[in-house]
Design a protein around this ligand. Structure first.
Ligand SMILES: [Cu+2]
Length: 252
């Protein structure tokens, strides 16, 4: 690999005299062309879109969860586009200077016995605040799939509205972490410990776009509960790399 010549967005140095705007534009354009590109694609279901999966709540949980049934987020396929929602896209091994402002703390809530949102990206080393809007017992039980961080298994009491989990302890390294609540077994979520500038969660139509990626060759990981797809990508300065459709077959 050649010399790193990343050009993360940074202010153009102030000159003691005015610089004509076309020079500034030309300079910005040259910087972008030299160093950063965009990645685009879509995660699609390779089959007939299944209807939304609904979990019927056990009789003894209906009262505390305030509902009889709950939509689950494990496999959400858009009828029209076959796009898979909540797929996790990660560009691995990107080296970039730290952001100008530190990343904000992350949070995940428990609402009506469901984790909201289903997938949360946590910048490495950043605290995750687990919230409990339900004011009932939940337990936050994590399984780090890459095994890079210690797991957590902690009960949240009804009056405990916020449980901060220290990033330096639980989310220090890049990882993919499954979350469950053992009190309500249908509850599930994923935590993605990754630089959020180089990761994405697919929207309703399954599409994703990541901008301002330093030019270079990387491994791309697309993860869904149906599996993981990996491929090599190349990002070129000032260009968009299209990976097209990443297909997942129905589970057998
Ligand atoms: Cu729970």
């Amino acid at each position: 690999m050649g010399k790193d010549c990343y050009s993360r967005p940074h202010p153009i140095p102030q000159a003691p005299y005015p610089i004509p705007s076309f020079v500034v534009a030309l300079l910005a354009c040259t910087l972008a062309a030299a160093g950063e590109g965009t990645l685009k694609g879509a995660v699609k279901y390779d089959g007939d879109p299944p209807p939304p999966k609904i979990a019927q709540l056990p009789a003894d949980k209906k009262d505390e969860c305030h509902c009889d049934q709950q939509a689950t987020d494990e496999l959400v396929v858009d009828k029209k586009t076959k796009g898979i929602r909540w797929a996790i896209v990660r560009i691995m091994g990107v080296k970039a200077p730290p952001p100008e402002k530190p990343f904000a703390e992350a949070s995940i809530d428990q609402q009506g016995c469901r984790f909201v949102p289903h997938v949360v990206i946590i910048p490495p080393g950043t605290t995750l605040n687990v919230l409990n809007a339900d004011k009932i017992n939940h337990n936050f039980h994590t399984t780090p799939l890459d095994g890079a961080n210690p797991g957590v298994n902690r009960m949240m009491q009804p009056d405990e509205q916020k449980m901060p989990l220290k990033g330096s302890k639980f989310f220090a390294e890049s990882d993919l972490i499954k979350v469950q609540c053992d009190v309500h077994p249908w509850m599930s979520a994923f935590l993605v410990v990754h630089d959020p500038r180089f990761a994405a969660i697919t929207g309703e139509d399954g599409s994703f776009e990541i901008r301002n990626i330093p030019a270079g060759k990387y491994d791309l990981s697309v993860f869904h509960e149906l599996g993981e797809k990996k491929q090599n990508i190349e990002i070129k300065g000032g260009q968009t790399t299209e990976v097209g459709e990443v297909l997942f077959k129905p589970a057998k």
